[in-house]
Design a protein around this ligand. Structure first.
Ligand code: GCW
Length: 662
């Protein structure tokens, strides 16, 4: 009887549509070639390099068309990690300077095939925008993940190096397919234990897998490691005993992992130890480590995310600490700067430190994990957020000094350029908790490879590789993704509001939050300053003057309430409730409409998705649908909580044509 019902169901719903699909395959859904194709096509190489062999294998398995020749040409130094693909219907030639370039070319070809792009007349040259395209995992050694919403860490430290999970290789392959070539394995709030010999051996087993995919491993290190692990008197960067400890540790690492990438350091920030504990500067600390790594071509990524509870505006502190040190850093130090001056908010203006450091290497740090954008519950496509920062003109070296061009070597030649993002990856079957979280991992990789790609193009690539190549599916989903980040901004923190999250976990709204004895700079009022006059943080010269850290003409634009774009208004200005906005509405009314728009937009996303039932496998359909339900409830929660709270200051009615808070 059961069998008959199943057969009947399969007849009504073709198997390919109802088949369960858990999302574990990510965007890597290449179809294996038939024996016929394999027979009539050749993939030739002249090398035994393991990365080239892998490139060949991927093509042998999945390339459905012409014969291909893969070759390394050491003369083409300008190509570095890049590649050239030329050819016609019968034969394709791929050339790269490095073996990994051939691997990237293989994935490029497979992507063209998977997205139904023409491959008959190819003339492609791709060179990555940044040298180091790196994921930062905030994974702890006990397998919890700081700000991680996709289950426990992928790294099973207790089993390593003996047991190798197949997911290590799947992870490496996914990264290589989008050009990511580096990973920081552990949390920036680093346990000193990661540098113990036992862990170095565990790390080696991961490095050995990743190497085949062109990926180098890096470690976050705790600045107190010499004292805690090595028993030195202190961890003063100028103490010869400390310097020697680091030198030996670096040597030990390179003995087992010869291509180890380097260290990422969070120092004197949020309670982490650092050189200032000994009266030294960030440069003293960074340079000491950089010297230890130099002989091995290792790199130090030194974070600029520093602030202290003080009377100074938190948004100004990184600039104040780092600009006086400009020029003091070794050339294998890169200052890693969060995209905005506060902390990965749904929207921030660009960090004024970009370009302000004239003689130091700089790189951007984005956050893919959605600490401040609804965790793995909300659909928020982040390519538009990443691009907003990368395309921001700092005017540091004149007009056109975008953050991208300042950090990719175009305007400021650097030994190595880099871009980082905090990963959203965990043990969950679908890797990222929300199926659409995969798109943000993908988008970061694609933009690190080519920051000129448009968010639309990346969305389209991802949708067609992950779900369907049918335009009837791609178009509405792309539209939904493209608006999704702005939607989150609308229902959480429109008009430049920021950091009004519930204390510590950062999920829901708590603009009224006031922890007894808590740090004032961790309390929401610090950021929104609501009072009977108005709302917003005055960062003009009448207030904290954070505006002075931006260059003209940005300074004039952000600093003038009339010129300041609406999206940053309450970031830079304390605006009266009845102030007339560009729309003609009062600031209070505008705020109400924005929150309401956010709610309506999530409901519209639900409708778009609901209509796609049957065009995508049932499992992913239902899982995304359920997440959208949560998102829509949360949007109402945000709107009601924020409007009812701010209304206690504005004392104005909520316009009747928006949904009433209850
Ligand atoms: O965004 C904040 C997070 C912390 C994080 C810190 C940082 C790793 O709330 O959890 O710590 O930033 O970036 O160092």
């Amino acid at each position: 009887m059961m069998k008959v019902i199943i057969l009947l169901l399969l007849f009504i719903f073709p198997y390919s549509i109802v088949r369960a699909e858990d999302g574990s395959k990510l965007w890597l859904r290449y179809v294996s070639v038939s024996k016929d194709v394999a027979h009539n096509r050749s993939i030739s190489i002249h090398s035994k390099d393991p990365i080239i062999l892998l490139a060949k294998q991927e093509l042998v398995n999945f390339w459905g068309k012409q014969s291909i020749e893969l070759a390394v040409d050491r003369k083409l130094t300008y190509l570095k990690d890049g590649f050239k693909i030329t050819g016609n219907l019968n034969r394709i030639k791929v050339i790269a300077h490095e073996p990994v370039g051939l691997l990237y070319a293989a994935y490029h070809l497979l992507q063209l095939q998977a997205t139904n792009q023409p491959v008959s007349n190819l003339n492609i040259e791709e060179i990555p925008s940044f040298d180091i395209r790196i994921l930062n995992h905030w994974d702890n050694l006990d397998r919890t993940v700081e700000r991680g919403y996709a289950g426990y860490s992928l790294w099973k430290w207790d089993e390593l190096p003996g047991v190798i999970s197949p997911r290590y290789e799947e992870y490496a392959r996914a990264n290589a397919s989008i050009g990511i070539n580096a990973v920081v394995i552990n949390n920036v709030n680093a346990s000193p234990q990661i540098l113990s010999s036992q862990y170095v051996i565990k790390l080696k087993s991961l490095a050995d897998i990743f190497r085949r995919y062109g990926i180098k491993v890096y470690l976050s290190v705790n600045f107190s490691s010499p004292k805690i692990l090595g028993g030195t008197k202190d961890s003063d960067p100028l103490n010869p005993e400390v310097i020697l400890w680091w030198k030996n540790k670096v040597k030990e690492i390179y003995q087992v992992i010869p291509d180890f990438g380097g260290f990422l350091v969070k120092a004197n920030s949020e309670g982490q130890p650092g050189p200032q504990d000994y009266g030294r500067t960030h440069a003293d600390g960074a340079n000491m480590l950089a010297d230890a790594l130099k002989a091995y071509h290792g790199v130090i990524m030194w974070r600029a995310f520093v602030y202290n509870p003080s009377s100074e505006d938190r948004a100004k502190q990184a600039y104040q600490e780092f600009v006086p040190l400009d020029g003091a850093f070794r050339d294998n130090v890169i200052i890693q700067i969060k995209n905005g001056p506060i902390d990965f908010q749904p929207r921030e203006p660009f960090n004024p430190l970009f370009g302000a450091l004239q003689k130091s290497n700089e790189m951007v740090e984005f956050q893919i994990t959605q600490e401040y954008l609804g965790f793995a519950n909300h659909l928020a496509y982040l390519a538009p957020l990443f691009k907003e920062t990368l395309d921001s003109d700092t005017y540091a070296d004149g007009k056109g000094s975008t953050v991208a061009k300042l950090t990719d070597g175009t305007l400021r030649p650097a030994r190595k350029t880099a871009i980082a993002a905090v990963a959203n990856i965990g043990e969950d079957i679908n890797w990222t908790g929300h199926h659409f979280g995969q798109a943000n991992w993908f988008a970061f990789g694609r933009l690190a490879w080519n920051h000129e790609l448009s968010s639309e193009q990346i969305a389209e690539e991802w949708i067609s590789m992950t779900f369907s190549t049918d335009n009837k599916f791609i178009d509405p989903v792309k539209k939904m993704m493209m608006g999704s980040r702005e939607t989150v901004v609308n229902y959480m923190m429109p008009l430049g509001l920021h950091h009004i999250f519930a204390f510590d976990h950062h999920y829901g709204p708590e603009p009224w939050g006031d922890q007894e004895g808590g740090r004032p700079d961790w309390m929401p009022w610090y950021y929104h300053h609501a009072d009977t006059v108005g709302l917003g943080f005055d960062r003009t010269s009448n207030g904290s003057n954070a505006i002075s850290q931006y260059r003209p003409p940005i300074q004039e634009v952000f600093g003038d309430i009339q010129l300041c774009p609406d999206q940053y208004l309450l970031w830079f200005h304390h605006v009266p409730w009845s102030y007339t906005m560009k729309s003609g509405r009062s600031m209070w009314d505008e705020l109400c409409y924005k929150y309401d728009a956010g709610v309506q937009q999530v409901r519209a996303m639900q409708q778009v998705w609901d209509r796609l039932e049957g065009q995508v496998d049932q499992q992913r359909f239902v899982e995304v649908q359920s997440k959208l339900k949560i998102q829509s409830r949360d949007a109402v929660w945000w709107k009601d909580a924020c409007l009812l709270y701010f209304q206690t200051f504005s004392k104005k009615p909520i316009p009747y044509d928006i949904e009433r808070p209850v």
